[in-house]
Design a protein around this ligand. Structure first.
Ligand SMILES: Nc1ncnc2c1ncn2[C@@H]1O[C@H](COP(=O)(O)OP(=O)(O)O)[C@@H](O)[C@H]1O
Ligand SMILES: [Mg+2]
Length: 458
């Protein structure tokens, strides 16, 4: 068989196959979505057949429940995002920008896992030499007896190492460096990454060994190569943060064994990533209530509430179309809020530049942030500071109405715990929300009414 015939092209959006490359996908009309792929039907049936354990249909009530034996990685924040530990046989993709700390996190997890279980952990590095990994391990205090490291990129060699060592956890750093010489495509190509990842995942499943695949994110924000990698793994974790700030956030965008709403918070230090349990406190560290334009939002992130500071700066613009810049909030939503403030609350903003930001590099993507954002803008525009020890929770509609949001109770409790004493909230109708002790709820029906209460509109 000619090598060439192994290649097909597939649309990475809809999966449409074609023997030749096409600029526009006839399936979903996406442009430039075709990538080279392997025609799996023509590739090494022997390997696939050998790995496939024979299956047998069984009566549904005879199916034995899976022994849900999650294993703690020894890093609480990582376990939280995974859903309470790593599931044996599962494949986890850890994606993030270069330099964000993926190698650091996985090395620390590998070490703690090995220490806690007393079993071997294999750290496969395709980007660094064992010496470099050791240097890092020394800095991170990760020199354990059961932590094995190998610098290898060839798929078959890695599979052999796994077979011989039988580690309790395997880490591949990174999946983009994997290479299988039997495949015709070049190292790093979509076909290579995909097939090699599949090879490792299949082996992991057959040995009931969890595997963490590290993946770099490309400029376009996708895990380099195929989005299909995300379909192959059980859990996709995204490691985010501003490179020049110390805080790193870990979220799951897919989790077959748990929720995707959980958030893990770390701080990058010389000695590695340190778990931040009291994250709200951290993000409020420099909060200073004597300035205008700052509003505190208890943001709901999974089962955790994170208090963050939403800031706005509004100033007269010399330009005919004033600049608007938004970081940490949804851009479109922020523009909508500025329009609502102008039209429904009577704030004169159209000739003003407006900058909005969430402190600490946090990205808040929920409508519950609307009210805090609006109050921050109004406070800056009027140069009136907001009342002390107050948080703002609520969604703002196009008519200027303030709507209720999820996790009210949790948000209020967390705010109270951190010393806040009042909250501006939507009108609570029938919701089972109780104000924490000594805490005042200021219920408002619409934005204008709320702003008037605090002298933020004439
Ligand atoms: N000696 C050091 N002291 C403190 N932090 C360091 C040191 N070396 C690297 N770092 C931090 O680690 C980061 C790189 O982490 P790494 O785990 O290699 O990222 P990734 O694997 O995601 O590319 C750097 O951006 C820096 O913040
Ligand atoms: Mg790395």
């Amino acid at each position: 068989m000619a090598k060439k015939s192994k290649l097909v092209f597939a649309c990475k959006e809809c999966g449409h196959n074609s023997p030749k490359w096409m600029g526009k996908c006839p399936g979903c009309n996406a442009w430039n979505s075709f990538v080279e792929e392997l025609d799996v039907s023509k590739v090494r049936p022997s390997r696939r057949a050998a790995l496939n354990t024979p299956t047998k249909p069984q009566r549904i009530h005879e199916v034995q429940p899976l022994k849900s034996s999650r294993i703690g990685t020894g890093i609480g924040e990582l376990d939280r995002v995974l859903g309470g530990g790593i599931v044996p046989g599962s494949a986890v993709l850890l994606a993030g920008d270069p330099g964000i700390g993926k190698s650091t996190l996985t090395l620390q997890a590998a070490h703690r896992f090995a220490k806690a279980t007393g079993k071997a952990v294999l750290y496969v590095t395709g980007e660094e030499s064992p010496e470099q990994v050791k240097l890092r391990a020394e800095r991170l205090d990760c020199l354990g007896n059961e932590l094995f490291v190998v610098a290898e990129t060839m798929l078959d060699a890695i599979r052999n190492h796994i077979k011989e060592l039988e580690p309790a956890l395997c880490i591949i750093d990174s999946v983009q460096t994997l290479y299988d010489s039997e495949l015709p495509s070049a190292p790093g190509s979509v076909g290579q990454v995909r097939e090699c990842a599949a090879g490792i995942i299949m082996q992991a499943k057959s040995m009931n060994m969890p595997v963490i695949l590290v993946g770099h994110v490309t400029k376009e924000g996708t895990v380099a190569g195929p989005r299909t990698l995300e379909h192959m793994v059980d859990t996709v974790l995204n490691f985010e943060g501003e490179k020049f700030q110390a805080y790193r956030l870990l979220r799951a965008s897919k989790n077959r064994f748990g929720s995707t709403g959980e958030l893990g918070v770390f701080e990058m230090r010389q000695e590695g990533l340190v778990e931040v349990e009291n994250a709200s406190k951290v993000f409020l560290d420099e909060y200073d209530n004597t300035r205008s334009g700052c509003a505190i939002l208890p943001a709901a992130e999974g089962t955790r509430v994170l208090l963050v500071e939403v800031q706005a700066l509004v100033s007269p613009s010399p330009m005919s179309s004033p600049r608007r810049r938004v970081t940490g909030l949804d851009q479109n939503r922020a523009h909508m809020l500025l329009a609502v403030l102008e039209r429904r609350a009577g704030l004169k903003l159209s000739q003003m530049e407006a900058y909005m930001n969430v402190v600490g590099g946090v990205v808040v993507d929920e409508p519950g942030a609307d009210l805090a954002a609006c109050f921050a803008v109004a406070s800056s525009a009027q140069e009136v500071k907001l009342p002390p020890a107050t948080v703002f929770i609520g969604e703002v509609g196009l008519a200027g109405e303030v709507r209720t949001v999820t996790h009210m109770q949790g948000r209020l409790d967390e705010a109270s715990r951190l010393g806040f004493t009042q909250a501006v909230v939507p009108k609570l109708r029938g919701e089972n929300v109780r104000a924490p002790e000594g805490f005042r709820l200021i219920q408002i029906g619409n934005l204008r009414e709320g702003l008037e209460k605090f002298y933020l509109v004439e």
